[in-house]
Design a protein around this ligand. Structure first.
Ligand SMILES: NC(=O)c1ccc[n+]([C@@H]2O[C@H](COP(=O)([O-])OP(=O)(O)OC[C@H]3O[C@@H](n4cnc5c(N)ncnc54)[C@H](O)[C@@H]3O)[C@@H](O)[C@H]2O)c1
Length: 257
């Protein structure tokens, strides 16, 4: 029989949990019984989510963390272990892109920033959390990639490349650590109407564009934070997944099938 709450008793860290897909993951994981820790640079948004969730009887907390900084990860790991004694799930969701443009116009600062957030953020997370998972003999890591790895979007060359790296990190970490009880999987979303959407399309994203975009997927709507959260829940809950590792799940309403 399915448990009433699919993440009961588990502790989950969600990077970028203050906005967009990450917020959806935080909300669903909290509703499913997890103690959720938001790691983000967006303090006000994160605090508002934590306040609302805790008022509703769920357990969540915020630790201000810039995922590009190893010292911030150490702080987040130490504080989480001090408060909740363990970590079971890590969702590497935080991400960024420069506004879609000709690749020759991408500055070195933008190149450095996109790889720092989208790739080095995961490197830092592994160095901080994996030793704990290894000691514990268990852990579940879920990396948020993108459907751009199925079909590169023009004008997002280096964003595409960071997500290609995310997929290989996911599969490589799974190959290296799954025998030690640590599962590593990835979720690849299609275009969602989050704070990043205008950067992805290169112009201000309008209601008309959203309606047109919805018809791109056979299911006839854009992906939502809840859709992405449900994909993450599938990998995170021991009820559905005690076996799959190295998996890359597209959550795209069939757009890339
Ligand atoms: N929105 C889409 O269409 C789409 C599609 C495919 C993949 N994705 C991926 O989904 C993930 C979430 O993106 P989103 O669309 O929800 O964007 P978003 O901008 O709504 O949320 C991103 C969050 O990450 C946080 N963040 C950024 N840099 C950070 C840093 N250095 N340290 C800590 N937190 C940081 C931001 O503060 C924000 O809260 C990203 O990895 C993105 O690449 C998004």
């Amino acid at each position: 029989m399915a448990p009433q709450k699919l993440l009961d008793g588990l502790v989950a860290l969600v990077t970028g949990g203050a906005s967009g897909f990450g917020e959806g993951i935080v909300r669903l994981f909290a509703e499913q019984g997890a103690k959720v820790v938001i790691l983000d640079i967006g303090e006000d948004q994160a605090q508002a989510i934590v306040y609302e969730l805790n008022q509703s009887g769920y357990t969540s907390t915020f630790i201000k963390t810039d995922i590009t900084k190893a010292a911030d990860w150490k702080n987040a790991t130490d504080k989480t272990l001090a408060k909740f004694s363990k970590i079971d799930i890590l969702v590497n969701n935080a991400g960024w892109t420069y506004r879609r443009k000709d690749s020759l116009e991408v500055t070195e600062a933008e190149y450095d920033r996109i790889f720092d957030i989208n790739v080095k953020g995961i490197y830092n997370s592994i160095n901080a959390i994996m030793p704990h998972f290894l000691k514990q003999g268990s852990g579940s890591i879920i990396n948020i990639s993108s459907c751009v790895t199925s079909k590169p979007t023009t004008g997002l060359l280096y964003y595409n490349a960071t997500k290609g790296a995310v997929d290989l990190l996911t599969r490589g970490l799974a190959a290296e650590y799954s025998s030690k009880g640590i599962r590593v999987n990835g979720i690849s979303p299609s275009l969602g109407n989050t704070a990043l959407v205008s950067e992805f399309v290169g112009v201000e994203f309008t209601k008309e564009m959203a309606e047109r975009q919805a018809t791109e997927a056979p299911i006839q709507r854009m992906v939502t934070p809840k859709d992405i959260a449900k994909g993450c829940l599938f990998y995170a809950t021991p009820y559905f997944n005690e076996f799959q590792t190295g998996g890359l799940l597209r959550v795209d309403g069939g757009q890339y099938c």
